[in-house]
Write a protein of this length. Structure first.
Length: 257
């Protein structure tokens, strides 16, 4: 019997990268999954892939900047599965720019997706999570929320806000049996990272390999974190970590600074 047998988990940003990695790991543990992303084909394909491994997988296209779409997703989840035990806020975007040259609308979009989207999903799902008596929220933040670098002011600000939000929310809902934690990866080999490195290269004159090597040199293990490693931490937080809440846990391959 899997560790998440009969548990219902909503995962945003499930179409690729960290979100997809967590979905696959949750499926292996028998969870019933609601896969959310703006990219419907990606989550539909993933649902087909992992559905037979899990207690069932449902693909629900959701833009986390839309409260109406979040409301519909939570409603559909409850109508289909009857409960919500876990919410993983993995939807994210990363705007690369100096502050001086930044577009305010694009800057604020990072905040709206990475921070406000997580707030909206948490707020909407809280009654169901409280009803489960063992609710778990995992917010995918970033090491950059604690240790920001140049050209990432919007992303860093959104992740710093998500870390603070995690701690504040945890203090409010602990009495309802809900645990709230954040995972703070350093660089993870995903398409989001690759796209960000291309954008950074245009501003710094470096190529992707040079940027990747520079990032790797900052870590003790001299490599990126894998999506499987992030997923393993997520599994721990929603199963065995009964005494951990309100925390932001770094997973960095030993990266510093």
């Amino acid at each position: 019997m899997g560790k998440l047998e009969n548990q219902v988990a909503i995962i945003t940003g499930a179409g690729r990268g960290i979100g997809a990695g967590i979905a696959r790991r949750f499926a292996e543990e028998g969870a019933r999954l609601v896969l959310c992303s703006r990219t419907e084909k990606q989550i539909a394909d993933l649902a087909d892939e992992i559905g037979p491994l899990s207690g069932g997988a449902m693909a629900v296209p959701v833009d986390v900047t839309s409260q109406a779409e979040i409301d519909s997703c939570v409603k559909d989840t409850l109508e289909t599965f009857g409960r919500i035990d876990i919410v993983v806020n993995g939807a994210g975007t990363q705007y690369i720019s100096s502050v001086a040259l930044s577009d305010p609308n694009e800057w604020l979009y990072d905040i709206n997706v990475n921070l406000v989207g997580a707030y909206r999903f948490c707020r909407t799902a809280l009654p169901a999570l409280a009803a489960s008596k063992n609710g778990r929220i995992v917010n995918i933040a970033s090491r950059m929320g604690n240790s920001p670098g140049p050209l990432n002011s919007a992303y860093a600000a959104s992740k710093a806000g998500l870390i603070a939000f995690t701690t504040s929310l945890a203090s409010e809902v602990a009495r309802d049996g809900i645990h709230v934690n954040a995972i703070c990866p350093a660089f993870v080999e995903t398409k989001l990272l690759y796209d960000s490195m291309i954008k950074m290269g245009k501003l710094t004159g470096q190529n992707v390999d040079e940027i990747r090597n520079s990032l790797a040199e900052r870590s003790m293990l001299r490599r990126a974190v894998t999506t499987e490693e992030v997923a393993a931490l997520a599994i721990f937080l929603v199963t065995e970590a009964t005494g951990i809440t309100g925390q932001s846990i770094n997973i960095t391959a030993g990266a510093h600074g």
